[in-house]
Design a protein around this ligand. Sequence first.
Ligand SMILES: Nc1nc(=O)c2c([nH]1)NC[C@@H]1CN(c3ccc(C(=O)N[C@@H](CCC(=O)O)C(=O)O)cc3)CN21
Ligand SMILES: CC(C)C(=O)C(=O)O
Ligand SMILES: [Mg+2]
Length: 273
Amino acid sequence: MSIQTQPGRVTAPQIRARKGGEPIVSLTSYHAHTARIIDPFVDFILVGDSLGMVMHGLETTIPVTLDMMILQGHAVMRGSSHALIVVDMPFGSYEESREQAFRNAARVMKETGCGAVKLEGGERMADTIRFLTERGVPVMGHVGLTPQSIMALGSFKAQGREEKDWGPIERDARAVADAGAFAIVLEAVAEPLGARITREVAVPTIGIGASPACDGQILVLEDMLGLSERVPKFVRKFGSLADHIREAVAAYAGEVRARSFPAPENTYAMKKG
Ligand SMILES: Nc1nc(=O)c2c([nH]1)NC[C@@H]1CN(c3ccc(C(=O)N[C@@H](CCC(=O)O)C(=O)O)cc3)CN21
Ligand SMILES: CC(C)C(=O)C(=O)O
Ligand SMILES: [Mg+2]
């Protein structure tokens, strides 16, 4: 059991209180090692269901299971001590009923020790978000492009690129905020809709492919590090980790083939006598 009070860790109410203030910084992480590295620099870490695509090479996030989210959520908790940890509820784990959502969100909280969960959907999920928040589950909303709806949408594409499409997205954001979410991810929404929603809702908006006016930003860590093979248009590569890995692995392969690795300092000498 990993449940313990952790003094010093960022809480959902603290993120909520950052509305209109200093930008909220966040990234995804799926493992203890990456969580340990990013923890001092971010306000919250999202254990995103994008792990299915990024870690497992899946085409969509649809096959991701609650057990996968719990396993990686627990790893990220062990690797971090400062940031709020938010765990994505995967497709099929919360849409059926408010009761199903609570049962599975409670399992995620009990088995990982995380401080909040995130679920996709606007007006249609408002009752569920209210049910969870009234029962002690901090919920982060997620509107705009909702990747778990890929099969209904047809492709991953930006939302609200025509003014006639703005109304439903604005209503989604308002419904999620009014239902008690402590923050809302706005994914791939055209400008100036992201800025408009940020002005209209009372809780922080966290943009990914949205506006610089959002109250915070998030990216998939492997995308911004230059480790992902294909990335959405909204990504900026702040690093080139794939190149670093290729260089290191090529050097290792060369030394193994030349028998210059391992060197004497990497091997064990016999004990004296
Ligand atoms: N590695 C990774 N990073 C992500 O940000 C991410 C995932 N995976 N998986 C789940 C979703 C999918 N994401 C995406 C993917 C593509 C666009 C995009 O910009 N699409 C183009 C059109 C591409 C097409 O039609 O084929 C666009 O202009 O809208 C947006 C979000 C964001 N999410
Ligand atoms: C990209 C973020 C918002 C996400 O939901 C994920 O990584 O799964
Ligand atoms: Mg997600």
